[in-house]
Write a protein that binds this ligand. Sequence first.
Ligand SMILES: [Zn+2]
Length: 72
Amino acid sequence: MAKSDKSIADPIPKDLFDILACPLCRADLEYSENKDSLVCSDCGTKYPIEDNVPILLTPKDRKRFVKNRNLQ
Ligand SMILES: [Zn+2]
């Protein structure tokens, strides 16, 4: 795969990125400035990218998710 000249490579493959949408309002997502998260172009909700995997959980769901994960 060809690397772009950008200083930070896109962490998510473009075909995957193209089908991603905000779980709250279904708008397109954009990379944050340092590409460590995705930001909804409509409602502005931020979704972190962990190990090149976007965590598309609403802030409320994420709290529950993190809590469950910490129990393991
Ligand atoms: Zn949204």
